[in-house]
Design a protein around this ligand. Structure first.
Ligand code: B12
Length: 210
C-alpha cells in the first residue's frame, strides 16, 4: 500500500498507536536525535494524509493520527526544547486563518524556544489583525506562519499584506508540508521551510549580531 519501510513511519501510517509510542520512547532512550524521530513521524503522517486523499482513510483516522502524534510530541518535547536560557529575542508564530493544524507549528515553537528565543504563539486559525497586533506589541523582527491547507494560502497572503500595510518591517517565514519557492513568491514572504529546523536557521540569520 505504501513504499514506507522505516518501522516508526510504518507504525504511524498503519495507525498502530501503542507501537508508535513504544518506538518513540525506545529511540529516545537509545540516544537517537529527536529531530530524526520527528522526521520519521512526519513521513508516516504524510502517508496517513495520502491514504485520506485516496479514500482509504477517513476523518476519524486523521483525528486518531493527530491524537497519538500529540502524545508522541509530549515525549519528545523535553528533548527538543533543550535548556537554552540565553535570550535571543522574540518571535511571533501562528497557523493562519482557516487552518487548525498545529502539530508541526508546535514542533517549530519547541525548537525556537530550545534555541533561546521567546516565542509568542498565537495558536491556530489566526486572523491577519492578530498577527499585526502581536508584531506591534512585541516589536519582533520575525514572524512565523504555518499552513497545511492549500486553500489557506490566500489567508497567509492577506496576513502578510496586512503586516506590510501597517508599515511593519518584520521578516516573514512561512512553513508547512506543501510550501515551496512558488508559494513563497505568491504570498510575498521572505523565507520558507518544510521542516521545523529551517525556522531556527532563518531566525539565526535575522537575529545575527550586525
Ligand atoms: C493530522 C492531520 C489533521 C488533524 C490535525 C490535528 C492537529 N492538531 O494538527 C485534523 C484531524 C484536525 C485534520 C483536519 C483536517 N485536515 Co488534515 N491532515 C493531517 C495530516 C495527516 C498530518 C499533519 C501533521 O500533523 N503532520 C505531522 C507534522 C509533524 O508535520 P507538518 O504539519 O507538516 O509540520 C512539519 C513541517 O511542515 C514544518 N512546519 C510546519 N509549520 C511550519 C512553520 C514554519 C515557519 C516552518 C519553517 C516549518 C513549519 O515543520 C514541521 C516539523 O518538521 C495531514 C497530512 C500531511 N501530509 O501533512 C493532513 C492534511 C494536511 N489535512 C488535510 C485536510 C483536507 C483536512 C481537513 C479539511 C479534513 C476535513 N475534511 O475536515 C481538515 C481541515 C481542518 C482545518 N480547518 O484546518 C489535507 C490538506 C489538503 C490540502 N491540499 O489542503 C492533508 C494534506 C491530507 C491530505 N493529503 O489530503 N487534519
Amino acid at each position: 500500500m505504501s513504499s514506507l519501510t522505516e518501522p516508526l513511519s510504518t507504525a504511524v501510517a498503519e495507525l498502530e498507536d501503542d507501537k508508535v509510542i513504544d518506538l518513540v520512547k525506545e529511540r529516545i532512550n537509545s540516544g537517537i536525535p529527536p529531530l530524526e524521530i520527528v522526521k520519521n513521524l512526519q513521513a508516516g503522517m504524510t502517508e496517513v494524509g495520502s491514504r485520506f486523499e485516496t479514500g482509504d482513510y477517513f476523518l476519524s483516522e486523521l483525528i486518531l493520527a493527530g491524537e497519538f502524534m500529540k502524545e508522541a510530541m509530549e515525549i519528545l518535547e523535553p528533548h527538543l526544547a533543550g535548556s537554552n536560557q540565553e535570550y535571543r529575542g522574540t518571535i511571533v508564530i501562528g497557523t493562519v486563518r482557516g487552518d487548525v493544524h498545529d502539530l508541526g507549528k508546535n514542533i517549530v515553537v519547541m525548537l525556537l524556544k530550545g534555541a533561546g528565543y521567546n516565542v509568542v504563539d498565537l495558536g491556530v486559525d489566526v486572523p491577519s489583525d492578530k498577527f499585526v497586533e502581536a508584531v506591534k506589541d512585541t516589536q519582533t523582527p520575525l514572524v512565523a506562519m504555518s499552513v497545511l491547507l492549500t486553500g489557506c494560502q490566500e489567508a497567509m497572503k492577506e496576513a502578510i499584506d496586512a503586516l506590510k500595510g501597517a508599515g511593519l518591517q518584520a521578516k516573514v517565514m512561512i512553513g508547512g508540508n506543501y510550501v515551496d519557492e512558488s508559494v513563497l513568491k505568491s504570498v510575498g514572504a521572505d523565507y520558507f521551510g518544510t521542516v521545523a529546523s529551517d525556522a531556527v536557521k532563518f531566525a539565526e540569520q535575522v537575529f545575527a549580531p550586525q
